[in-house]
Design a protein around this ligand. Structure first.
Ligand code: M6R
Length: 353
């Protein structure tokens, strides 16, 4: 059932183009140039939006919240385990979105129930039809990634990113023609990324590193967090993700020639230039730099290795960059002989608080 792959994780990484196409299927109206989410036909919401989620799904939630904020919608992402309706302003004007692949995560279900008691409308963004989250929430949006066996979430994260981008477009002004085109191109571009081989070479080079750091800004900040989570989860090595700007506020003290820093930089705008500034800071401390980039900026000048992605919007770029980081984590874990599909101490679905 692993279709020739050594691990489910690698199989599921390679299933991403298909998963993403399934996520988009029938949800883009070409004639009107609109996003059409049939699952949410009866959702009509104008107030603030709160996301609740755990782990990888929380990283997707951060991504979704940022998309909405950029569209002028009041949106915030919370760790479900820290969400408390008596501290967070939530009422019947609020839409609370639980992002949960399994639909069974206890922390997320509790947060959703609490929000519902406070009068909020609830929406489950999930991979699992008839899961507790899907059944209990007022609405459900399916990410349609197909079953994921590996404990490490891979294709479900990419599908969450895409589903949340679609959701953000429905809850705000809707996409421009270019944004719509960009969404539609993502599955094919993921395929292009999967054809690259550099991630394995990077894993071989840094398999003995002391620690791995990941930095990004904006849409790439959740990708930095996710890159680090994937790395620690399946390699058992120390890895941390930081907002690129935070590096100089403490973590820079950890940076040495034995701590590769993975920097996600796309485009050549102000955001890219600022992250490149942070890259220069780590380079000055002799840390190896791995740039995950579309090559639009001069970040490659400061990088020891480049993990290439196609040039797209920063939204799409963060989906693509994450795929490269999945591959690096996979290959490091593989070289270390780890139990990749079932890492120690972890379960696919966490049903206790
Ligand atoms: O099923 P969920 O999306 O609610 O799961 C949430 C987390 O437990 C999950 O994303 C976890 O962090 C991943 N296994 C990490 O790869």
């Amino acid at each position: 059932e692993k279709s020739g792959y050594d691990h489910y994780m690698l199989k599921e990484i390679h299933e991403q183009p298909k998963a993403l196409r399934q996520c988009l299927r029938g949800r883009i109206d070409d004639l009107d140039g609109t996003v059409d989410l049939e699952d949410l036909a009866d959702l009509d919401h104008e107030g603030p939006i709160q996301f609740v989620a755990c782990g990888t799904s929380y990283h997707a939630a951060l991504f979704g919240a940022e998309r909405l904020q950029r569209a002028g919608v009041r949106a915030q992402a919370f760790l479900a385990s820290e969400y408390a309706s008596d501290r967070v302003p939530v009422d019947d004007e609020t839409l609370v979105v639980g992002v949960t692949q399994s639909g069974e995560t206890a922390d997320t279900l509790r947060a959703l129930r609490e929000a519902a008691r406070a009068g909020a409308t609830t929406l489950a963004v999930t991979n699992t039809v008839a899961s507790s989250a899907a059944r209990e929430c007022d609405h459900a949006l399916y990410i349609r990634a197909g079953p994921e066996i590996g404990v490490a979430a891979t294709k479900t994260f990419a599908s969450q990113q895409l589903a949340l981008a679609l959701l953000a477009f429905t809850l705000s002004d809707g996409p421009t023609r270019e944004e719509l085109e960009a969404l539609r191109d993502i599955p094919g571009q993921v395929r292009t990324v999967l054809e690259t081989t550099e991630a394995r070479a990077v894993a071989e080079e840094y398999v003995d590193a002391d620690a791995y750091f990941f930095i990004g800004r904006g849409y790439h900040y959740p990708v930095a967090l996710e890159g680090a989570l994937k790395m620690k989860e399946i390699t058992y090595r120390h890895a941390e993700g930081f907002a690129a700007g935070e590096l100089k506020h403490g973590p820079l003290a950890l940076v040495t020639e034995d701590t590769p820093v993975f920097a996600v930089v796309t485009g050549d705008d102000e955001t890219a230039r600022k992250t490149i500034g942070n890259v220069k800071e780590v380079e000055a401390r002799d840390a190896p730099v791995v740039a995950i980039t579309d090559g639009e900026s001069d970040v490659t000048r400061y990088a020891d290795h480049v993990l290439e992605i196609p040039a797209v919007s920063d939204l799409g770029g963060s989906v693509l960059a994450n795929v490269q980081l999945q591959l690096v984590a996979y290959w490091v874990a593989n070289l270390l002989g780890r139990s990749i599909d079932k890492p120690r101490n972890l379960a696919k679905s966490v049903t206790v608080e």
